[in-house]
Design a protein around this ligand. Structure first.
Ligand SMILES: C[S@@+](CC[C@H](N)C(=O)[O-])C[C@H]1O[C@@H](n2cnc3c(N)ncnc32)[C@H](O)[C@@H]1O
Length: 444
């Protein structure tokens, strides 16, 4: 369920308090608030108020997560030198303005607060579907401007809602006219999955809204414009987004791909920061969407193993077909050899695997000490394997090869490599196929 008007009504008094403070500084007075509280208003405070008032699931459905100052300034650092008096900044999904605040810190300031705000107002543009967020963004930009100037009353006095006319309520995906004028597009879009737009060339079915937003920005932006995007890690590493990545590379120069990790302590998602220059795509350059240290590898796991997903989905596959030894994640001891002929059995119609082979638990988080936890499955009869396991079948059917793979999986370099390659909670067939075959594998 997205944020309802009723829930947003609970946030509105907080927005009003921001506007009152902004009104105070616009009238040349010092805000009646301690310095550290004032600083928090420009950092994570609006986000923490939203967390207090609106449940996580609702914020997730609306994609309402605000960028903290550490991540926002890290995203801006790389382009700070390109922001100047001629820049036009656009955040198509501006929330309460965190990315705009981080970028505006690099805009020129005038001695007079009113003049600064008026000039910034011509340069700063943004949209959000929630009016309260747009109002908060305006108020926070006024508060930021007041920290860069000696405060001075502006005649006639500016009224907070009349500042920053380029910030408006609206659908950022349709902000194409503005995007074509922007020198800098700052993007931390909503991440929920939505139906792929009609005629989408890189995906079908349900896709990340973040991917759709970046596509729309690339479509509308002018060559030379810079795009800074904070995006869910699945776009960087997921095999389903390979065509999306190719589309990005074809339409822009990829200046950098920075793995960041958890968005913040409360949002359950890993992100990366993408810096693009529109129109300067170079098909001959290999873009480093991931850059693990692979110097010590002699090849890839795929040269020795075929990798599959376990096909048994217990609630879907009813007990029909031939009886098979059956393995599932909680049944298998980590890093050991498991005799499947002695394990429990189930009926199954579908693909089975002849031992020896290695299973790896699909569920795996960057915070785990070992990302790819393996077990050797031995035995004589074809085994049914549950869906939470990846199955790695040695091409030479050799048990010794399976032991070598366990050593590779236990190697600290494997976890480091996977942390760079795939920060999502599920290991993929593609990531395990590409995993370097470390040589010589070092036991850690
Ligand atoms: C992840 S938040 C990021 C906000 C801000 N850019 C930041 O970095 O803090 C995404 C924002 O997009 C807004 N949003 C969702 N759908 C939108 C749409 N179609 N057009 C404009 N804004 C939208 C949400 O209300 C939310 O404030």
């Amino acid at each position: 369920m997205v944020i309802s008007r009723q829930l947003m009504a609970a946030y509105e008094p907080y927005v009003r308090s921001l506007e009152m403070l902004a009104g105070t500084v616009l009238n040349g007075r010092k805000p009646p608030i301690e310095e550290k509280d004032f600083a928090a208003l420009l950092d994570g405070h609006p986000g923490s108020r939203l967390r207090d008032l609106i449940p996580l699931a609702t914020r997730k459905a609306s994609g309402a997560f605000f960028t903290g100052s550490t991540l926002a300034s890290r995203a801006m650092d790389q382009i700070a030198h390109t922001i100047g008096p001629q820049s036009i900044l656009l955040d198509p999904t501006c929330g309460v303005g965190d990315l705009l605040v981080a970028a505006a810190r690099h805009l020129p300031v005038d001695v007079d607060l009113g003049v600064t705000i008026t000039k910034w107002g011509r340069q700063i543009h943004g949209f959000d579907i929630f009016p309260e967020f747009v109002r908060a963004a305006k108020a926070r930009l006024v508060l930021l401007a007041s920290t860069t100037n000696g405060s001075s009353a502006h005649e006639p006095a500016l009224n907070c809602p009349d500042t920053f006319p380029g910030l408006a309520v609206g659908d950022g995906i349709g902000a194409t006219v503005l995007a074509s004028r922007a020198s800098h597009i700052l993007l931390n879009p909503p991440y929920p999955r939505v139906p792929a737009p009609k005629g989408c060339a890189w995906g079908s079915g349900q896709v990340s809204q973040a991917a759709v937003f970046l596509d729309a920005c690339l479509e509308a932006a002018t060559p030379g414009a810079r795009i800074v995007a904070i995006l869910p890690d699945v776009l960087r590493t997921g095999s389903l987004y390979a065509r999306w990545r190719a589309m990005v590379e074809a339409r822009a120069g990829v200046d950098s791909v920075q793995v960041y990790g958890a968005f913040d302590a409360w949002a359950d998602v890993d992100v990366f920061v993408l810096h693009l220059i529109v129109g300067s795509g170079n098909p001959t350059v290999n873009v480093a969407w991931w850059r693990p240290a692979e110097a010590a590898a002699t090849g890839r796991v795929s040269e020795h193993f075929d990798v599959h997903v376990g096909p048994v989905v217990p609630h879907r596959h009813k007990g029909r077909g031939t009886w098979h030894p059956y393995v599932y994640a909680s049944r298998l001891p980590a890093w050991e050899e498991f005799e499947s002929d002695e394990s429990g059995k189930r009926r199954f119609v579908g693909r089975t695997f002849v031992p020896p082979f290695v299973t790896v638990r699909r569920t795996s988080a960057p915070r785990d000490q070992r990302r790819a936890v393996g077990t050797i499955v031995n035995g004589k009869r074809p085994v049914a394997v549950e869906n939470h396991l990846l199955v790695l079948v040695p091409r030479d059917s050799d048990l010794e090869r399976c032991h070598q793979l366990l050593t590779v999986l236990r190697d600290q370099r494997t976890s480091d490599w996977l942390n760079e390659r795939i920060r999502c909670r599920h290991l993929t067939v593609g990531a395990l196929r590409e995993l370097p075959w470390w040589s010589p594998p070092s036991e850690q």
